[in-house]
Design a protein. Structure first.
Length: 131
């Protein structure tokens, strides 16, 4: 039977309304902080907090997570597979601290929402109601 691989995405906003996005070393585009849920995670919220620490560093504190929605993600690794990725999006605010790329993130950047002109990012944002 085909499988669904659960993931989380986290839209981290700062006090200026900018969105934090990550770049992976093996991809060209920018993406939300996030990734696969681990069997040891106790909830999707736990996965989201873990991924923020994994991707943006332990020095970034976030506020409460707010559930935005879920959607199937057209990930390049599963384009020709029956298996698919289903991701849950959370929105949060930067509480305090600094960002530092870690885990498998090569670069982090705060973006003004108006700056997000790449097709990949726009299509990701359009899959959810709004930030």
């Amino acid at each position: 039977y085909p499988k669904v691989h659960p993931c989380v995405d986290v839209a981290v906003l700062d006090d200026k309304g900018r969105l934090l996005l990550a770049k992976r070393p093996y991809e060209d585009g920018w993406r939300f902080i996030g990734g696969f849920v681990k069997p040891t995670d106790t909830s999707y919220e736990h996965s989201a907090r873990r991924k923020v620490c994994d991707d943006a560093g332990i020095n970034l504190a976030i506020t409460d997570l707010n559930y935005i929605g879920s959607t199937q993600v057209p990930d390049w690794r599963y384009q020709s597979e029956e298996d698919k990725i289903l991701s849950v999006l959370f929105k949060t605010r930067r509480g305090w601290g600094s960002i530092s790329p870690s885990d498998d993130v090569s670069e982090l950047k705060w973006f003004e929402i108006e700056e997000l002109e790449t097709e990949d990012t726009i299509s990701i944002l359009n899959r959810y109601d709004s930030l």
